[in-house]
Ligand binder design. Structure first.
Ligand code: NAG
Ligand code: NAG
Ligand code: NAG
Length: 492
């Protein structure tokens, strides 16, 4: 449903070549033995080997062509060329099985009640509402999702949401610049009415602004917002954070789920660019959301030793008032609560602990502001980014939101997705992958890493501990814990 989807004949075939594809609906496959790249190696003329051989060849040419570019962009002068074949020493020990091959006990799926339940149409029309959304793409979308639920709760007609893009992106892009407006209107038909234009009698008015920012958990929209809607007939609001959506009537909850996860897709322009990018990435591949960027590190208030002075300067530059680095006990506690972003080299360490082969194709879903990237690219060398795969001209024309949309799209359609943080993008990608049954999705545990390093573990011991922690999360379906009521745990 979410755009074109690259599908291979037999998902198992892929397992011979590294990361394997999520198994969307073929439940029959689940109990078949799954083997990792290391153990599947000698299958001389198996379909897997043939597939690998053919596809390696197909990607070899573009890879050779791109190699110098990527090498220039991603490698520090001292590291070996990225296109060198990994030596056998870099492969996981024989007999080891990549994290995805662990048999799961439970997984998350979209709950049946909202996918199939008939959705009652509003009995009244109480006025028009505009949802004002702020921040980066996935935060905008989160607000919009809440707004769809609110509109249904109030039996309000929605006008297209307003996207107030983060000032640092220096752009003015609206909902229609990223999402498919007609699709949204069509998909929400029956439970929320969405219009492009207001009726003439109110079109000239600015909406009455209702402030929800101070409201907390038990905020009741019907009690607090409905009177303003009825009085002014056209209001705007930004949904309150941390609201208790579970207390809403089920038709409002179902509208939230349907609107958020079934009614939004990228518009044709953005999607075709995203498809182009997806096609350019060698398959199978892992999308990795590294989030070691100056703003994030500054925001985290965590101290890091052994960063380059260049990185330290960028972090300082991004540090606003009141974002001083924590020190002493406070810093330890904070780190042990999993609040500190993983560095690229910590990420590479954990990925190896999860037995993800170092020759895996990895798409870096992140902006160009990543710091200390050598710590990752010196271990994982088959790295792709949107700026390396799209032409310069294409790229210059894009703004922050459409670039973020590309990362989103590629991550939702990748064979595997790993997040190093659990931010808005990770939540949205995790949810959309769950919608499609793509189970190879994991959020790395910053808490476990901090915990074990603080207690003195290092090297092999630390790798073992990280493996155990993530394996436990993965098999219990917890590694991608979904935040809302739209998803249900399913025992396998
Ligand atoms: C909205 O419509 C539903 C029926 O779908 C009705 O039960 C509810 O009371 C209405 N709420 C408001 C605030 O008008
Ligand atoms: C923001 O964009 C405007 C025009 O689109 C440009 O003139 C200006 O230099 C940009 N500012 C920054 C900080 O990039
Ligand atoms: C952190 O370490 C303590 C012991 O030092 C342990 O009891 C706890 O389970 C650990 N937590 C995690 C998330 O690893």
């Amino acid at each position: 449903m979410w755009g074109p989807h690259v599908v291979w004949e037999d998902p198992l075939v892929l397992l011979g070549c590294g990361v394997s594809r999520g198994i969307s609906s073929s439940h029959a496959v689940r109990n078949r033995p799954i083997r990792s790249s290391a153990s599947a190696g000698p299958a001389a003329m198996s379909p897997a080997a043939v597939w690998c051989a053919q596809h390696r060849l197909r990607f070899l040419l573009p890879a050779l062509f791109l190699a110098p570019v990527l090498y220039f962009l991603l490698s520090p002068p001292s590291s070996p060329p990225f296109f060198s074949l990994p030596s056998s020493g870099e492969m996981p020990p024989s007999g080891s099985r990549v994290i995805w091959a662990q048999r799961r006990l439970a997984e998350w799926r979209p709950c049946g009640w909202w996918r199939t339940a008939p959705m009652p149409a509003p009995t009244t029309r109480n006025g028009y509402i505009r949802i004002d959304c702020y921040g980066g793409l996935n935060q905008l979308r989160r607000d919009l999702c809440d707004g769809i639920g609110v509109a249904r709760l109030l039996n309000a007609t929605m006008v297209l949401p307003k996207f107030e893009v983060a000032a640092y992106w220096n752009e003015s892009s609206g909902f229609a610049d990223v999402f498919d407006v007609d699709y949204f209107i069509e998909q929400t038909r029956g439970y929320v009415e969405v219009v492009k234009d207001l009726p003439v009698e109110i079109a000239s008015k600015e909406p009455f602004k209702v402030d929800c920012s101070k409201r907390k958990g038990h905020f009741d929209y019907v009690e607090t917002v409905l009177p303003a809607l009825l009085e002014h007939q056209y209001i705007s609001l930004t949904p309150a954070m941390n609201q208790r959506r579970d207390r809403n009537p089920s038709y409002a909850k179902a509208s939230y789920c349907q609107g958020c996860y079934s009614a939004l897709r990228l518009n044709r322009n953005v999607e075709s660019k995203a498809v182009e990018l997806l096609q350019a990435i060698p398959k199978p591949f892992l999308s990795l959301h590294l989030r070691f960027e100056p703003d994030m590190v500054a925001f985290s208030r965590c101290a890091y030793t052994s960063l380059s002075s260049k990185s330290l300067d960028s972090i300082e530059a991004a540090r606003g008032e009141g974002r001083k680095v924590l020190t002493g006990d406070a810093a330890h506690l904070w780190r042990n609560r999993g609040k500190c972003p993983l560095t690229p080299s910590e990420t590479a360490f954990i990925l190896q602990a999860l037995r993800i082969p170092t020759n895996t194709n990895i798409y870096l879903a992140a902006g160009d502001g990543l710091m200390e990237l050598e710590g990752f690219t010196s271990v994982y060398k088959n790295i792709y980014t949107k700026s390396s795969l799209l032409t310069h001209e294409d790229f210059e024309k894009m703004h922050g939101n459409t670039k973020a949309a590309l990362d989103y799209y590629v991550s939702v359609n990748s064979d595997a997705y790993i997040a190093t943080f659990f931010g808005n993008m990770d939540k949205m990608v995790t949810a959309m992958r769950t919608m499609q049954g793509l189970q190879k999705t994991l959020v790395l545990s910053r808490r476990a890493f901090a915990n074990y390093t603080a207690s003195g573990l290092a090297g092999e011991q630390l790798a073992k501990a990280m493996w155990d922690a993530h394996r436990e999360e993965y098999i219990r379906g917890r590694g991608s814990a979904l935040p809302e009521h739209c998803f249900c745990e399913f025992k396998l």
